[in-house]
Design a binder for this molecule. Structure first.
Ligand SMILES: [Zn+2]
Length: 719
């Protein structure tokens, strides 16, 4: 029980804010730089929420570099192009060990260290590190603060993606203080490196996109680039991007002289300053040893938590680097060795046209089996019919397949020289392959993998709501473990029930299966025990919470996470159904397209009928608070944006904010049209006036006490 403490005072806030910021920074650093986490994610989130509440209460303590701002700022309009301080050259690369040795030979020669009789000096130290498949970026710190992040662009100018980069937790906003006695940090310090998406995150996001019926990202690099191009930094914050530094840009100002002096020393300094680095996996003065390391990494790299495509070999010493200089395109002192992507050729036998739960018709290649990156594959994604047309894939073609991000097999291209005579192009179905109903073609959006080519389509969709293929896919999804979790209602049972002629054409039908017990018993392989199990599983599913049900219905753009956002925002199904499109649009992470699709569905005939029928068969849609599983019941505060003002008799504002957050409210610092409720104590000032002007609901302290669950009401003072 958490009665208001009444002990925290105004003067304690600055100290706690500083303490929390320190703790969160340390936790971030331990996670991203040292790769040894010091607190579980849930603890991190809790501290972050506490800091956020304190900052809302004490706007004077706000700081642009506070960890709370890493949830991403306001959406941006676009990316300005800015000049790099020094050209951001790309690295020469090769797929051949001979090239690598030849590069080394040239290097020795130009340093006057050849193998010849008169060669002098020790050969330079070489470093080799993993080449991570991400997006190159230049981070500029001035007086220890991150002031700018530019993409490589054309090497001379790049896109200013500072706002998005600020939302990446792996990248420090301020550099760590140096211990006394250590050399000072240069005033301008530019670290260049790679922003990447860890493989686990890549899989998580693709699963989410799949659930929301969005095209999956092709590979982690693609996903990283797509994320950094987002105009909404909040989206960037939701995706856990990583960063490693692997190079220097401008280093200037007092203390620049004598800073580092070699690549290895530079990385050590950066790590001290809190920037994650790409450490050398091998170092040697002997190119033969480096080649061996590259051969070894060819297999161990598959254990890395991120995608790699080679190794970068460079001269360590900065003086030697400068001596070697650059060509017009790339530095002479560094080279990338790339592993050939594992790509195989096979023959395309046929193309299946699959109908998904939202009616999306997708082509899938069926191929002669081939071993690819360790597993036998005979199916590969063709993405969509636009891609099939663009790549001109025909039946019987010899095709090249690869695993995107070493995970998903896909068709890269066609070996046209091997095309059989008269090979037929693949015809996109003009009707649904299952119900033969009409299909709609969706043009590309500007921002897709298709590059917005107006000739190409992104999706083809069966629009018949009664389509049996869609219904089947929807039911499989609906009953799945992560949705309604109905024990005993798997793909095979669903097919058996349909084949047995038992009505199963809607979600509500699932809950009417109890009326068909006899018929179920008559199905093959359905004994008394399995039927009872099934019916019990269905019974238990009647009380699944609103968020689960919403995620289970297969509404376009609503996967598990968006369903949670909806359930968090509204107190009940009724509230959600009554919400205006504009209200949906205000939900963080939603945006206009999603808001419109969801609003349209909720008010469509199909949507209305679905909810009405589900209610009729006894679903209750309970909606507990998602953020705190301990809060069993829904309170008057759940999902509401609340502002506190004036002085309250029974509470410190801090404590009250904490209680309300615990009940699922969001306590913010200022009144806006998004505010749901103002709680006004005595001597309330401008916030009260503004809330009155905006017509926002206003409560006094008495009303507040009435609405609070008893365990949160203050205790009468002890006598
Ligand atoms: Zn159909």
């Amino acid at each position: 029980m958490s009665a208001p403490k009444g002990t925290s005072s105004r003067s304690a806030a600055p100290a706690r804010v500083a303490e929390l910021r320190g703790l969160l920074l340390r936790a971030n650093r331990a996670y991203y730089v040292d790769a040894s986490p010091i607190m579980p994610d849930a603890e991190f989130d809790r501290l972050l929420a506490e800091l956020s509440a304190l900052e809302a209460e004490h706007p004077e303590l706000d700081d642009a570099d506070s960890p709370t701002h890493r949830v991403g700022g306001e959406p941006i309009k676009g990316f300005a192009t800015k000049a790099h301080s020094r050209p951001m050259l790309s690295i020469d690369n090769t797929y051949s060990e001979d090239d690598l040795r030849a590069w080394h030979g040239r290097l020795l020669k130009s340093l006057g260290m050849g193998d010849g009789l008169f060669a002098g000096g020790d050969p330079p130290m070489l470093l080799a590190d993993a080449k991570i498949d991400g997006v190159a970026v230049a981070l500029r710190y001035e007086r220890g603060r991150l002031v700018q992040a530019l993409t490589r662009g054309d090497g001379v100018t790049g896109d200013d993606i500072t706002e998005n980069v600020r939302a990446i937790r792996a990248i420090p906003l301020t550099l760590a203080a140096r211990p006394s006695g250590a050399p000072a940090t240069p005033e301008v310090l530019e670290a260049r490196g790679e922003i990447y998406m860890p493989l686990a995150e890549f899989e998580r996001i693709n699963a989410e996109r799949d659930a929301a019926d969005l095209e999956p990202f092709m590979n982690p690099r693609n996903a990283t680039a797509g994320t950094l191009k987002q105009l909404d930094p909040k989206v960037v914050a939701q995706r856990r991007l990583g960063f490693v530094a692997h190079g220097r840009g401008e280093i200037d100002g007092p203390h620049a002289e004598g800073f580092a002096g070699s690549h290895s020393a530079f990385l050590r300094e950066l790590k001290e300053l809190g920037i994650p680095v790409s450490p050398a996996l091998s170092h040697s003065t002997d190119i033969g040893a480096i080649v061996l390391a590259i051969q070894g990494f060819a297999t161990t790299r598959h254990d890395c938590p991120y995608a790699t495509d080679g190794m970068v070999v460079r001269v360590d010493d900065w003086l030697l680097q400068d001596q070697l200089g650059v060509t017009s395109k790339s530095p002479r002192w560094v080279i990338a060795y790339k592993y050939p992507a594992e790509r195989k050729t096979t023959v395309l036998l046929r193309v299946d046209h699959q109908v998904g739960k939202t009616g999306k018709v997708t082509p899938r290649a069926v191929m002669e089996p081939v071993v690819l990156a360790g597993t036998t594959v005979q199916h590969a994604t063709l993405h969509n019919y636009g891609q099939v047309r663009k790549k001109d894939i025909r039946l019987g073609d010899t095709i090249e397949v690869e695993k995107a991000g070493e995970i998903i097999p896909y068709v890269v291209s066609v070996v046209e020289a091997k095309r059989p005579k008269g090979a037929q192009p693949i015809q996109p179905p003009s009707a649904c392959p299952i119900c033969h109903g009409p299909v709609e073609i969706e043009p590309p959006e500007a921002d897709t993998a298709q590059g917005g080519d107006p000739e190409l389509e992104t999706a083809r969709r069966c629009v018949n709501p009664e389509c049996p293929a869609q219904i089947r896919e929807k039911l499989i999804w609906f009953a799945g473990r992560k949705q309604m979790d109905i024990d005993g209602l798997g793909e095979r049972t669903i097919d058996a029930i349909a084949a047995g002629g038992i009505p199963l054409a809607s979600f509500a039908d699932v809950f009417r299966l109890g009326q068909h017990r006899e018929a179920l018993l008559g199905l093959e392989r359905m004994g008394e025990k399995s039927v009872d199990n099934l019916l019990q599983g269905i019974e238990q599913a009647r009380t699944r919470p609103l968020g689960r049900v919403l995620g289970a219905l297969g509404i376009r753009h609503v996967g598990a996470s968006n369903a949670k956002l909806l359930a968090k925002r509204f107190r009940s199904l009724q509230d959600l159904l009554e919400a205006e499109e504009a209200v949906l649009n205000q939900i963080e992470g939603f945006g206009p397209i999603r808001a419109r699709t969801v609003h349209e569905y909720l008010h469509s005939q199909a949507g209305t009928q679905t909810f009405r029928e589900l209610e009729q068969v006894g679903l209750t849609f309970p909606n507990p608070d998602y953020r705190d599983q301990n809060v069993a019941q829904c309170s008057a505060f759940t999902g509401r944006k609340i502002v506190l003002t004036g002085s309250l008799e029974s509470f410190e504002r801090n404590d009250l904010a904490e209680i309300l957050e615990g009940l699922g409210a969001k306590v913010t610092g200022s009144v806006s049209k998004h505010t749901d409720l103002l709680i006004a104590g005595a001597a309330a000032g401008s916030k009260l006036t503004k809330a009155q002007e905006l017509g926002i609901e206003i409560w006094d302290e008495a009303k507040l006490l009435e609405a609070l669950p008893p365990e949160h009401r203050p205790q009468p003072p002890a006598a």
